[in-house]
Design a protein around this ligand. Structure first.
Ligand SMILES: [Zn+2]
Ligand SMILES: [Zn+2]
Length: 288
């Protein structure tokens, strides 16, 4: 028997899930150059920059909070212009970078045909190198109402409706896996930051997510940002263990929103994976 402490733990030297403050429109704190420099100093061999693509035709831009959130788009053309510009900016800066730098988008997925058509149009000019599938929303099944988890308080959503809308949170993740759009799926249980989706009543849906990742052999991430926010990585350890049993590929992400977050808690993540002998590690295969 080999104990994890005796095994040489190799550190993953890249992240494909990071953010910048490009054009003052995104929620990172640093510029593209600063993030590249930070990644280089952290010993990364490559860096993926994945700013948010958050678009839905029914996005409630009218609420105060979302009006201030410049990443939220209900206007397809505006979303397209911004995502094309940010991809261009990263590609320009990548030319002078000491490491490989890739353009990704962290995409808030929605299953409707309308959203898919618009999404395909939005990315058609930017042509990102890879895509991360994310769900930061609760919604009704028909997407007539989409509510961002970070702005739930301002939405005045009645308590009694939340469980119903949360079912679609998990269904949304399942559909994002099936969509085939994404290189990997982000932070499966980001909802726990808001005290949502916690407790045994959600286990069945979480197991459905696990079954779908297994069925499609779809990569997902161990997101270390959970440690700095709620003291636990994303997703729960039991989910990682279950996915390991099924040999589903995993990637570690720092979800860095500033230079100081780069490679944050990677040692802890490596130890966790070594401790359960997680073998199937994932890295997007990008050819430029
Ligand atoms: Zn995210
Ligand atoms: Zn992110």
């Amino acid at each position: 028997m080999i104990y994890p402490s005796q095994r040489e733990v190799k550190m993953q030297k890249f992240s494909y899930h990071t953010h910048t403050n490009s054009f003052g429109l995104f929620d990172g704190r640093n510029t593209v150059e600063e993030m590249i420099e930070g990644a280089y100093k952290a010993g990364y061999t490559e860096l993926g920059i994945s700013n948010h693509l958050i678009y839905h035709p029914n996005m409630h831009i009218s609420s105060e909070a979302q009006k201030n959130d410049k990443m939220f788009h209900a206007d397809k053309q505006k979303a397209k212009d911004i995502m094309t510009a940010v991809a261009q900016e990263i590609r320009e800066k990548a030319k002078k970078a000491p490491i490989k730098v890739y353009v990704g988008f962290e995409v808030d997925f929605f299953p409707s045909k309308k959203w898919r058509d618009d999404f395909e149009n939005i990315i058609s000019e930017a042509k990102p190198d890879y895509l991360i599938g994310s769900t930061h929303f609760m919604r009704t099944p028909d997407e007539s109402l989409v509510l961002n988890l970070y702005h739930l308080k301002e939405s005045n959503c009645p308590e009694s409706e939340i469980d119903k809308l949360m079912i679609c949170y998990w269904e949304n993740i399942i559909e994002s896996i099936k969509s085939g759009y994404f290189d990997f799926i982000a932070h499966l249980d980001i909802c726990k930051l808001f005290g949502l989706g916690i407790g045994p009543k959600w286990d069945e849906l979480k197991r459905k997510v696990i079954d779908t990742l297994d069925k499609y052999h779809h990569p997902y991430e161990l997101n270390t940002s959970g440690w700095r926010k709620v003291g636990e990585q994303h997703p729960h350890l039991w989910m990682i263990e279950e996915l390991n049993k099924r040999d589903v590929p995993i990637i570690i992400s720092d979800d860095a929103h500033k230079v100081e977050h780069i490679a944050g808690d990677f040692d802890k993540a490596e130890e966790l994976l070594a401790g359960i002998n997680y073998k199937n590690r994932y890295k997007p295969n990008i050819k430029l």
